[in-house]
Design a binder for this molecule. Structure first.
Ligand code: ARG
Length: 478
């Protein structure tokens, strides 16, 4: 057991209590952020004359060594310490003796952990944004290639009207685009620095909070020290955004599972992205899509867990908040893995265009257009609806499509039909007549693709751009 706060205690902590309380097994995940925050803090203490320049330089150099030693496996993060903050400070003191003891001047673990978690989450937001960008690029490529690939669009999982594969993929493009916009919004709200909030009421040292914030690429310091140490809204927002990403991935997975089934055969998953059965030799299973769908619940769980943890916590810091980490880390890793795998699966998936097109023909997806044809020839819509209903019944009985009926058969049901009906209800016409923006018609689709392409170009790297000086430069400068 190694802890920082033995002074006022006369008895050793019970081992079970110690284990229950300790967080090092999981908060070591942000050792880099902990060290980065400490470096910024110490550089500021030096600038303010709270530490001498020499002390500051020694501590910064040593912290940087600790970081690179951990990184290179030379220094093992020992579970003997209560948390990552204690480990880093103890190692510093071990290496620098008395000078190391000055690191924690004007700081509490409360603002320290608030900072570490924010720095870690901020980086995760950036990584997630990049992964979504890759996914959007793959979607855009499929859209560009399949403006003319006709497939049935569904409502109630029943064939409804013909659309194109580009149009279907475009729906997911919009979803993941919104997901990225959500991340961008969260970033703008969360990029403020809680360091300097102290335990809850700030400190009596003349800290320069603007300066530490700037060193770490924050827009500025948080404006209330009680809120600074106890705000986890940004994490709840991020988990909520992650949950929405998973909801989208899960819907998409469900479609791919259906499309990949023997009954549909709209798509074929690449061998590298499917799995076999131990007993049934013919099987090629969509396990990746199923796992993505399955892991969605786990990510929702993290969101519910943190919302519930936070709901009863009075100001300011309470130990309950240590529970923000494990499930959040798990959710972040899970979603990163899911988006990356899904992108790979999608980019290698084969679309069976012929089967898709045939399927749209077999399902009376042009029934609405047949009714519209009648309306254009003066038949009131409600009557047209009834006439086409009769036609469908006739076709079902004969097991044919509307286009397969002869003009005599059509005229027998309504004399309004002429030869030009075949052109009017062809799949190509049905799709390409739908030309309002957002519809699957070729020209509308081309306009949207151009807009989405522009969006991808403009949104690229916009989060990285806002980040401040790299910590490595700071270390070199001191
Ligand atoms: N492990 C703690 C956490 O994750 C660090 C902060 C501890 N602060 C304290 N006053 N005990 O929240």
């Amino acid at each position: 057991m190694a802890q920082l706060w033995g002074g006022r205690f006369t008895k050793e902590t019970d081992q079970l209590v110690y284990n229950f309380n300790a967080s090092i097994t999981f908060d070591q995940k942000f050792y880099k952020q902990d060290i980065e925050g400490s470096i910024a803090h110490v550089v500021m203490l030096g600038k303010q004359g709270i530490l001498t320049k020499e002390e500051m330089q020694k501590i910064v150099k040593c912290l940087d060594e600790i970081r690179s030693d951990v990184e290179r496996g030379k220094l093992e993060i020992s579970a003997e310490y209560e948390d990552i903050h204690s480990f880093v400070e103890a190692t510093l003191i071990n290496r620098l003796a008395d000078v190391g003891k000055k690191l924690h001047t004007g700081r509490s673990r409360n603002d320290q952990v608030a900072l570490d978690m924010r720095l870690y989450t901020r980086l995760e937001i950036l990584h997630m944004d990049e992964l979504l960008e890759e996914l959007l690029k793959v979607l855009l490529k499929i859209m560009e290639e399949h403006i003319q690939t006709i497939m049935p669009g569904f409502t109630h999982l029943q064939k409804a009207q013909p659309i194109t594969l580009a149009h279907h993929m475009g729906a997911y493009f919009e979803m993941f685009k919104r997901d990225r916009e959500r991340l961008y919004d969260i970033f703008k709200r969360m990029n403020y620095c809680p360091l300097g909030s102290g335990a809850l009421a700030g400190t009596t040292y003349p800290l320069d909070r603007d300066y530490t914030a700037e060193l770490m690429g924050f827009f500025g310091p948080t404006l209330n020290s009680m809120d600074g140490v106890s705000d986890r809204d940004y994490l709840i927002e991020f988990l909520s955004a992650l949950s929405t990403i998973m909801m989208h991935l899960s819907r998409f997975s469900e479609e791919i599972i259906i499309w990949n089934s023997n009954e549909y055969q709209f798509v074929e998953l690449d061998d590298a992205y499917s799995t076999g059965s131990s007993i049934m030799p013919q099987k090629k299973n969509p396990d990746i899509a199923e796992l993505v769908r399955g892991k969605t619940g786990r990510v929702y769980g993290a969101l519910m867990s943190l919302l519930t943890t936070m709901k009863g916590i009075p100001l300011a810091y309470n130990k309950d908040m240590q529970e923000d980490k494990e499930l959040a880390f798990d959710a972040m890793d899970t979603v990163k893995g899911c988006v990356a795998l899904f992108t790979g699966m999608l980019s290698t998936m084969k679309f069976n265009q012929d089967i898709m097109e045939k399927s749209s023909k077999n399902g009376f997806t042009n029934a609405t257009d047949a009714a519209d044809y009648l309306v254009n020839h003066g038949v009131p819509f409600r009557d047209a609806h009834g006439i086409v209903g009769q036609i469908v019944l006739y076709c079902v009985d004969k097991n044919i499509a509307i286009d397969d009926m002869s003009i005599e058969e059509l005229k027998a049901i309504s004399p309004v039909f002429e030869e030009d009906v075949y052109e009017a209800v062809s799949m190509e016409t049905c799709v390409n007549k739908r030309l309002t923006i957002g519809a699957p018609g070729k020209e509308a689709m081309e306009q949207v693709i151009a807009l989405e392409r522009k969006y991808l170009e403009e949104s690229c790297d916009r989060l990285w751009f806002d980040l401040g000086e790299n910590m490595l430069d700071i270390v070199e400068d001191v």
